[in-house]
Write a protein that binds this ligand. Structure first.
Ligand code: PLP
Length: 363
């Protein structure tokens, strides 16, 4: 009885379900295609799907590295018992370097100032840091610019007692645009940066430039390791979507054609029909900007009617209606894809997935 009641209670809430087998499939495809080791990027709580669960699935399928943006995310993986080689790549200059060193987390280093702070922490602890020097290859974002690269390489060469340069990394801005000239330019800049590091006496064994799109489509960018995020989650050609967002119908009502619906009365019922209310809204990640959105409900695609509210959305369930408690599939598993939601909202699938709110139960 208790088990039934609990199952019922869980089923009656909006849920995001991860399919670890789909993650594993995607890792195998990416490994096979890239032909080099795979770092699984589980930043932003594994694109909203649960970093630990995604990490375990990815490692189980042959990924050999984990990657996060922040040190805090990497620390959380360690606390969850994940001992795999882990790289965190975006840090304020006064990051908690000592924690990174104690937990043997590799760190990306984008400036001589960062390197000095990291080296100081390593000397305090009497250990050697594992650093990946991060060069800008066209993003103008989180890697060292050309003049900074010179300073950084020199600083690293002078700090070999405290910092081991195990890798050089870059990131391509337009790998999803076939033939974009910035990709070839980025690869050249990257090779030049590696050469400069070697000329300074550094011996980075791991050169890594490619994220998902380059891992799949730009062989010259693969080098020694590919850092894949999007692809793990099914974003990319030939990959499987991994997440399903469901929500129960909490209320139904029969309405006449022309009944206005929701804030601003931006839509009206197109016919005599049954409206179904789902307890998910833009606070749960349904993009308010979506136009023409649909969900799977009662075995058919049903249009979203009117504005998406913060916590709710109304669906035209059709003249026959659906029982209270029916479960709608917002995306995944036979319903609309994350990519469809992205198209309806004029954004990318990454933003839809990472936007799923904290109040949605993960399972
Ligand atoms: C997010 C990120 C990745 C993964 O990129 P995808 O396109 O999601 O595969 C790799 N490297 C860096 C530096 C990133 O920020």
């Amino acid at each position: 009885m208790i088990a039934l009641a609990e199952a019922g209670r869980v089923a009656a809430r909006p849920m995001l379900r991860l399919d670890p087998a789909a993650v594993a499939h995607n890792v195998r495809v990416l490994r096979r295609t890239a032909g080099v080791p795979v770092l699984a990027a589980v930043k932003a709580d594994g694109f909203g799907c649960g970093a630990e669960a995604v990490a375990r699935a990815a490692l189980g399928a042959g990924a050999t590295w984990l990657g996060t943006t922040t040190l805090a995310e990497a620390v959380a993986l360690r606390r969850a018992g994940l001992a795999a080689r882990t790289l965190a790549w975006l840090h304020p200059v006064d990051a908690d370097w000592e924690t990174a060193l104690r937990l043997r987390i590799d760190v990306a280093v984008p400036s001589a100032d960062h390197l000095a702070a990291l080296a100081a922490a390593a000397r305090r602890l009497g250990v050697r840091a594992a650093a990946h020097l991060h060069v800008d290859t066209g993003m103008a974002r989180d890697g060292a610019s050309v003049p900074e690269w010179r300073r950084l390489v020199r600083a690293a060469a002078g700090a070999r007692d405290a910092v081991e340069v195990v890798g050089v990394m870059g990131h391509l801005p337009c790998a999803d645009l076939p033939g974009h000239p910035s990709t070839a330019a980025g690869i050249r800049a990257f090779a030049g940066a590696v050469a400069a590091a070697r000329a300074a006496g550094l011996r980075p064994a791991l050169r890594h430039l490619a994220a998902t799109e380059a891992a799949l489509h730009v062989p010259a960018a693969r080098f020694d390791l590919v850092r894949v995020g999007a692809g793990l989650y099914g974003i990319g050609e030939g990959l499987r979507e991994v997440a399903t967002l469901t929500a129960p119908v909490v209320l139904t009502r029969r309405v006449r054609a022309g009944t206005p619906v929701g804030y601003g009365h931006t839509a009206t019922a197109p016919r005599d029909t049954v409206l179904a209310t789902l307890p998910v809204g833009f606070a749960d990640g349904l993009p308010r900007s979506a136009v023409g959105a649909e969900v799977l409900l009662g075995g058919a695609r049903r249009p979203v009617l009117g504005r998406i509210s913060m916590d709710q959305v109304v669906v035209d369930a059709g003249p026959a209606g659906v029982p209270l408690g029916s479960v709608a599939t917002v995306f995944g598993d036979g319903g609309p894809s994350v990519a469809e939601w992205a198209a309806w909202a004029g954004t990318n699938p990454h933003e839809v997935l990472t936007g799923v709110g904290a109040r949605v139960v993960r399972s």
